[in-house]
Every structure is written in structure tokens, then in C-alpha cells.
Design a protein. Structure first.
Length: 481
């Protein structure tokens, strides 16, 4: 694929701008003027359109292929949500204020306020901030709120406890917020070892962070007990709700005893991500933590009016510009109101049913480290295939040739040769069956013709990349093929 610069022909133009009719107010200093052309590619409009269209066709996307990337919830995002976001395209957070200090953007504030209310209702929390820009950003905001709470009460806290099956961002966020991490291993059923947890709990523990369902796709049956033990040590309970699509409408973490939660609107609530759009990781808290939420807060000032409050002395401050990724929130708001209560419950049921269907159909072909009913995703191990020299990565590459985005591999870390499959609720049985057939074919090839897997992919512009180098030096456009 040529670079767009390599298509450049001197003098070729895609658009011709009219001559400037803006009067020059003042002479620009000579040292600020360009003395040579800036070196932009000179191409015709059609060259440009073809270049970017062809580049886009090299992408795997949910709109083109099944994308069962575990933990990432690559569900189909309905296009109607884009229209909803478009309705707000003219609103800018710096619209001038009206004489009384009120804003023109009442509708936007009302939408944010209502979204916070809906998310509080879904999670069982008392108030929500929509500011954080991603799941991990929500985690850090949440842990900073926990730290502010303990500081205000004069609590001496040093540690955050996480199970080894939590999402990797949990310990990272807690460490960035200044805590030391205590990791608790899983027991034989894939849940956090309750006895080891009990032993680790001291009055120096600030919080317990639970990813639930955990990265094995399992729902911990002891979460109520875990919250009770933590609270007995004046520790707070954090719920990583990035994958709420497994339990939405079934369990409210706030009812179980969790004090803080973050959500990923870009996973559970139908907004695109992974190159398709920015994220949003709202954080919900219980009553006692409301004073520490980031500012500005949106408050209802009358029956119909909304205002912006910044004077909250205990607040951790701002964690993002303005109110966060506003467009994403419009889409999530539209998603929630479009589906309604019954629809959201159906989302969870379908997501869990689909994952269990794949688990049941593949368990004769791949090792299943934990056999109980899974939630929104299932985790296999390629250890059986490894006896023939085939690794999880080889199966992933084989799937690419057959038009499927690979599942997540080598995560979670506590499963050897992990293959983590998350079909999401938006896929049909026939799509899942086609995927399952290829997974079964791969398992068969591992025994009879492992080379077929080791050579894959054969249909892509490039075959095997140096994975480490590819991640560190992302010169995608410079690959010469
Ligand atoms: C995706 C995910 C996160 C991180 O979310 P980002 O938006 O990628 O920062 C955290 N926890 C869990 C369980 C996740 O699946």
C-alpha cells in the first residue's frame, strides 16, 4: 500500500480554495511566515477517496466481521444512535451564558442529568459523574474518590486488594492513585480465594476492587460476603462494571454493598469504541462519597432548569474537560431509553445465553479450565493443541483467514494459552455456528496438520508480525507490501 505522499504529483489538486477576502489586520512578523511550501501531498479528490477507502477495507470491524474479542464487548452499535448524537452537534460547552448566569444549553444539561439518574437506577448507586473518558479513567477517578474519603476521615490506609482475575487496569489504577496492591489468587472454581482474602484484610486496606463477572467470565457467588468483610475493616468496595452487559437488570451492585462503580458506556451501552469512537467511563457512588465527586456537577435548579455547580470543597476536582465525551453520552442515553427496562434485561440474558452456547458447543474440542455456567464470555485453553506444537496465537491467526476477528488470547493471565470468547448479544445463532465450525476445524487441524495453523494467515497483506515490535513501533502506513 502506497503512502498518500507517494501518490503526490506537483500541481495536482483535490479542491481549489477561493482567494482570501479576509482583510489582514496587522502584518505578521517575518519569522512566523513560511519560507518554503509545507509539503502536503498533492492529489486529486478521487486518489484521496480511493486511498482512504482501500485503507479502511484493510480493517476488521464489527460492521464487517464477527468480532468475539473477550472483555472488549465488540457488539453491533445501531446507527440510530449516531443520529441522536447528531442532534446535539451544534451545542458547544462554551456557549455564552445568559445575563442571569444561566446557560443556553439547558437541553444538554438535562440529558446529562437524566443519564446520571438512569445509570444510578441501573447500578443501585446514589449519584453518578459522567466525566471520565474511559473505563480505566473511571477506575482512577473512583479510587481517587475513595482516597479523598479516607483522608477526610483521617483513616490511615495503604493497600488496595484485587483478585488475580481482575481486569489488569484495576491494580494499575489503584497504584496510580497511590496505593500498594495486594493480589489474592483464585481458588479452584475461579473465584477469589475467600480464606486468603480474609487473611489479607486489615484496617490498612482502603478498598477491594472486584471485576464482576471476573475476567474468566464468572460471577462471584460470595460478593455480598466480600463486601461485608471489607466494610468491617472500614474498607470501601469498588465494582468494575465495564462488563455490566452480563448482569444489567438482574443484580444492582449498589444493593449488594458496593460503594463505587464505573461503567463502560462504550461496551455495555451500545456506543462504538476501538478506533470507532472515544469512550466514556461514568462513576457511580453511594451517598457518603457524593461530596468527593469531580466538579462541575449538574444540579436541578427548578422544575425545568438545570445549573452547573463548581463550589464543592471536598471534590477531587476535574478529571476531564467540561462534562466528558458528550457525544458518547447522548448515544448511551438514546440506547437506554430506546431499549427500556425490558430491553436492557433482554440484552444481558442474550449476551449470557450466547456465551454459554459457544462454551457448550466447543467444550469437547478445547480444554475448559472452569466448567460452571459462564456470564457474557467464556475462557478456553489451547493446552490440548499445544501438545501438537500449536499455540493460542496460531488458532487466532487461522481464524483471520476465515473472516473472523480472533478472540482475546493469553488473557486472563491465570489461564495457560487462554482463548477468551465474547460473542455479545447482537450476534445471530448462524454467525456463531459459522465461527464454532471454524474453531472445531482448527482443533482438528492441530492434530492432523498443525503446519496449516502455524502458516496462517495466508490471505492477509502481511502474515506474521513481530508482535512486540508491532506494538511498540506503530508505523502502520509504512509497511511495504
Ligand atoms: C475494558 C475494561 C476496562 C478498561 O476500560 P477502557 O475503556 O479500555 O479503559 C476495565 N475493566 C474491565 C473489566 C474491562 O473489560
Amino acid at each position: 500500500m502506497e503512502l498518500i505522499f507517494e501518490k503526490s504529483v506537483t500541481g495536482r489538486r483535490g479542491v481549489r480554495l477561493p482567494a482570501s477576502d479576509v482583510p489582514r489586520a496587522a502584518a505578521l512578523p517575518a519569522n512566523l511566515l513560511h519560507s518554503a511550501p509545507v509539503g502536503l501531498p498533492e492529489v486529486a479528490e478521487l486518489d484521496l477517496v480511493r486511498h482512504f477507502t482501500n485503507l479502511s477495507r484493510r480493517n476488521f470491524s464489527v460492521d464487517t466481521n464477527f468480532y468475539p474479542l473477550g472483555s472488549c464487548t465488540m457488539k453491533y452499535n445501531v446507527k440510530a444512535l449516531e443520529n441522536a448524537a447528531g442532534l446535539f452537534a451544534g451545542v458547544h460547552p462554551m456557549l455564552p451564558l445568559l445575563p442571569g448566569g444561566e446557560t443556553h444549553a439547558q437541553g444538554a444539561l438535562e440529558m446529562l442529568f437524566e443519564l446520571g439518574g438512569l445509570l444510578s437506577e441501573i447500578t443501585g448507586m446514589d449519584e453518578v459523574t459522567t466525566q471520565p473518558l474511559a473505563g480505566a479513567h473511571g477506575e482512577m477517578t473512583g479510587v481517587m474518590i475513595i482516597a479523598a474519603y479516607h483522608r477526610a476521615r483521617g483513616n490511615k490506609k495503604r493497600y488496595v486488594v484485587v483478585p488475580d482475575s481482575s481486569h489488569g487496569t484495576n491494580p494499575a489504577s489503584a497504584a496510580m492513585a497511590g496505593y500498594e496492591i495486594i493480589t489474592i489468587p483464585s481458588d479452584t472454581s475461579g473465584d477469589m480465594d475467600l480464606e486468603l482474602f480474609r487473611q489479607a484484610m486489615t484496617d490498612e486496606v482502603a478498598a477491594v476492587m472486584m471485576t464482576c463477572p471476573n475476567t474468566l467470565g464468572l460471577f462471584n457467588p460470595h460478593i455480598k460476603e466480600i463486601c461485608d468483610i471489607a466494610h468491617a475493616h472500614d474498607a470501601l468496595c469498588y465494582y468494575d462494571g465495564a462488563n455490566l452487559n452480563a448482569i444489567m437488570g438482574k443484580v444492582r451492585p449498589g444493593d449488594v454493598g458496593f460503594d463505587v462503580i464505573h461503567l463502560n458506556l462504550h461496551k455495555t451501552f451500545g456506543t462504538p469504541h476501538g478506533g470507532g469512537g472515544p469512550g466514556s467511563g461514568p462513576v457511580g457512588v453511594k451517598e457518603a462519597l457524593i461530596p468527593y465527586l469531580p466538579v462541575p456537577r449538574i444540579v436541578k435548579t427548578s422544575e425545568v432548569d438545570f445549573g452547573i455547580e463548581t463550589d464543592r470543597p471536598l471534590s477531587i476536582g476535574r478529571t476531564a474537560n467540561f462534562f466528558g465525551n458528550f457525544g458518547v453520552m447522548v448515544k448511551a442515553y438514546a440506547y437506554i431509553t430506546m431499549l427500556g427496562r425490558a430491553g436492557l434485561i433482554q440484552v444481558s440474558e442474550q449476551a449470557v445465553l450466547n456465551a454459554n452456547y459457544i462454551m457448550a458447543r466447543l467444550k469437547g474440542y478445547y480444554d475448559l479450565p472452569f466448567e460452571q455456567t459462564c456470564m457474557h464470555e467464556c475462557v478456553f485453553s489451547a493446552s490440548r493443541q499445544l501438545k501438537h506444537g500449536v499455540h493460542a496465537i496460531d488458532i487466532a491467526k487461522f481464524l483471520i483467514d476465515r473472516g473472523f476477528h480472533p478472540p482475546t488470547v493469553y488473557f486472563p493471565l491465570n489461564v495457560k494459552e487462554a482463548i477468551m470468547i465474547e460473542p455479545t448479544e447482537t450476534e445471530s445463532k448462524s454467525t456463531m455456528d459459522a465461527f464454532i465450525d471454524v474453531m472445531i476445524e482448527a482443533a482438528g487441524q492441530a492434530g492432523h496438520n498443525p503446519q496449516a495453523l502455524l502458516d496462517a494467515p495466508l490471505t492477509m497483506p502481511v502474515s506474521r508480525l513481530d508482535e512486540t515490535k508491532a506494538a511498540r513501533e506503530q508505523h502502520v502506513c509504512c509497511v511495504d507490501y
